[in-house]
Unconditional design. Sequence first.
Length: 133
Amino acid sequence: MSPRKAGSNWSRVNKDKVARLEAHGRISVAGRSAIERAKADGTWSALDDVENLVIPSDLKVAFDAAPGTEATWQEFPRSVKRGALEQLLNAKRAETRAKRIATVVEAAAAGERPFEWRPRWTIRARDRSMRRI
């Protein structure tokens, strides 16, 4: 194991592991200080709304401005919604967050999952040549 990077957010999975370790008395002094530091700086609870799939107010406004997009959003799998919400949470600048919100709404309007990986190259089945998408 290596020390946790300072400033990294604690997911529900990590917090559940901490609870199990605490129940067995297996938290070290260094581990306890990392947990206390995370609780003090907010990284302990930063992902709570993301994991509970709480739609931020600015995203809700964007959904309201584009009818039908929120309904499409609700049909996405939990993992897709969680990933998109974490992308919004991790945006450092307001411009970046606004751009990511636009990406989420545009994807929902098109019925596509936001931030989904797509290959930049595809192989044509007929002649096996590569072409850029």
